[in-house]
Design a protein around this ligand. Structure first.
Ligand code: FAD
Length: 288
């Protein structure tokens, strides 16, 4: 496989303060010359960061050559609110939505119950606008699911409703991804299911999140970070090695699409893309 056949996309989250906005844009600009397929912006659990998602997505569209994809969650949101957001995106030229359920806020009895699943959101979005819809997929099973069969059935439903792509939850067990893909093919699921790649720089935090999300972290990987708590530079080098190894195994299995969870830092994703042969086509990076 040549580097020209490899497609990448990058995920960012909306910044909370002015300092992070400056840093975020520096990171977006760093990755822009790599010409990713799209760049996605996550949607916060509530309140002000949601507005930040809307404005960041529209700003990316206005100020860069990138194609933004807006994450949108539906749980606890009214149908009219979702319709308003959808209309605003469509009118602003944002045509790609990553449609998600999101997570319920605990013990909130007054929560609006217009939506139960991501499938409900896709129905509402597709009813009025022909958005490109990307959805989630869970090779190690979503914690709320009862079986892998349920996982595939839900993915099939999403495709029937108009989803054309899926991005996986991050994973470290490559065989698990390939097993998931085999299962999908056997069930006639043939949309692209892009592996979500998380460069781990903070092992402890990732481990906590991985446990919640049902994602196995191999002991060998955890051991690579032992003794590096106070050494972020070395952690980064270790992270690059791990991600490169992951990508190489995926490439060997004929995977040519990668979605990087950048955590708003471009350096690791940039380095991996460079190793994979994705270059900036003469637009050399100036560290200013
Ligand atoms: P769903 O696909 O709705 O599935 C949730 C559970 O319900 C599963 O167990 C599923 O099997 C079951 N289910 C789904 N549909 C049906 C149905 N029709 N009938 C019966 N059962 C059903 N969270 C955020 O808050 N903001 C983000 O920006 C964000 N981005 C993400 C991006 C990616 C690529 C991924 C993988 C996750 C992201 N998440 C985000 C996290 C996500 O919101 C949580 O994992 C959430 O718990 C599930 O959302 P979902 O869309 O996967 O849910």
């Amino acid at each position: 496989m040549t580097s020209s056949e490899i497609n990448v996309s990058f995920e960012f989250f909306p910044p909370k303060n002015k300092e992070s906005i400056v840093s975020l844009w520096k990171n977006i600009k760093r990755l822009e010359p790599l010409e990713p397929r799209f760049i996605s912006v996550t949607y916060g659990a509530g309140g002000s960061t949601r507005e930040n998602t809307h404005s960041l997505v529209k700003e990316i569209k206005r100020k860069t050559s990138l194609t933004p994809a807006a994450h949108l969650t539906c749980i606890g949101t009214s149908k009219s609110e979702i319709e308003k957001i959808a209309e605003d995106y469509w009118d602003s030229g944002i045509k790609h939505i990553v449609a998600l359920r999101g997570d319920e806020r605990q013990q909130d009895n007054n929560q609006i119950k217009d939506f139960k699943y991501a499938t409900d959101l896709i129905k509402v979005l597709k009813k009025r606008f022909d958005f490109e819809i990307t959805v989630s997929a869970y090779p190690e099973m979503h914690p709320d699911s009862k079986s892998m069969d349920q996982e595939y059935d839900v993915l099939k439903k999403k495709i029937d409703l108009g989803a054309s792509k899926a991005i996986t939850q991050f994973f470290f067990d490559i065989d698990c991804y390939f097993k998931f893909m085999d299962g999908a093919l056997k069930r006639g699921i043939n949309i692209p299911i892009i592996p979500g790649i998380l460069p781990v720089t903070n092992c402890k935090r990732t481990l906590e999140f991985a446990k919640k999300m049902n994602c196995k972290m191999p002991k060998s990987l955890i051991e690579m970070f032992n003794g590096l708590d106070a050494d972020p530079d070395t952690r980064k080098l270790v992270a690059t090695t791990i991600v490169y190894d992951q990508c190489k195994k995926l490439l060997n299995g004929k995977v040519n699409d990668f979605h990087f969870y950048t955590l708003n830092r471009a350096d690791l994703s940039f380095a991996i893309c460079h190793i994979l042969g994705i270059r900036t086509l003469g637009k050399d990076y100036k560290n200013d």
